[in-house]
Design a protein around this ligand. Structure first.
Ligand SMILES: [Zn+2]
Length: 157
């Protein structure tokens, strides 16, 4: 299960609207609470896939390292990734699975139809490694803004 506040959910959905008709991508930072991933901040990343930005995304490894370092400084972990599907359903593609490597993380996909964010779904990457990794549908629990008294950080780190 993925728990996310309305504000962070809105932020990652808005990101997909802003980059439409290209895919957006970003990282979700947070912590584990039992088997639930709790998002405490989202960090936008640039899409480096200039060759096919409408249906591919890739986070620059150097940007990911920087996000990882800054999350550690705030005692947060990377709990997931998000991207958008411009004019395509909010379902994972074979490419999404192939390019997902963080077992134990959530992969959130927002469908952006004609520039407006539509459905948002989350998929947990499970398995023991590259050989048997797979996505399973996961529920998104939306928390009211302000719950937990956590600091809200949105945008480029
Ligand atoms: Zn995708």
């Amino acid at each position: 299960m993925l728990a996310i506040r309305q504000a962070e959910l809105d932020a990652l959905r808005r990101h997909g609207e802003e980059t439409y008709p290209h895919e957006c991508c970003g990282v979700m930072l947070g912590r584990m609470d039992g088997d639930e991933r709790v998002v405490e901040a989202v960090s936008r990343a640039g899409n480096t896939r200039a060759d096919s930005p409408h249906n591919r995304y890739n986070i620059d490894p150097r940007e990911l390292v920087r996000i990882q370092r800054e999350s550690r400084e705030r005692s947060l972990d990377i709990v997931g990734f998000y991207h958008s599907h411009p004019d395509h359903p909010a379902r994972w593609s074979q490419t999404d699975l192939t390019e997902a490597h963080w077992v134990g993380c959530s992969y959130v996909i927002t469908s952006v139809e004609k520039g407006r964010a539509a459905a948002t779904n989350s998929f947990a990457l499970e398995g023991s490694g590259e050989d048997d990794k797979h996505f399973t549908d996961e529920q998104i629990r939306v928390l009211a803004n302000g719950s937990g008294g956590l600091k809200l950080v949105i945008g480029d780190l």
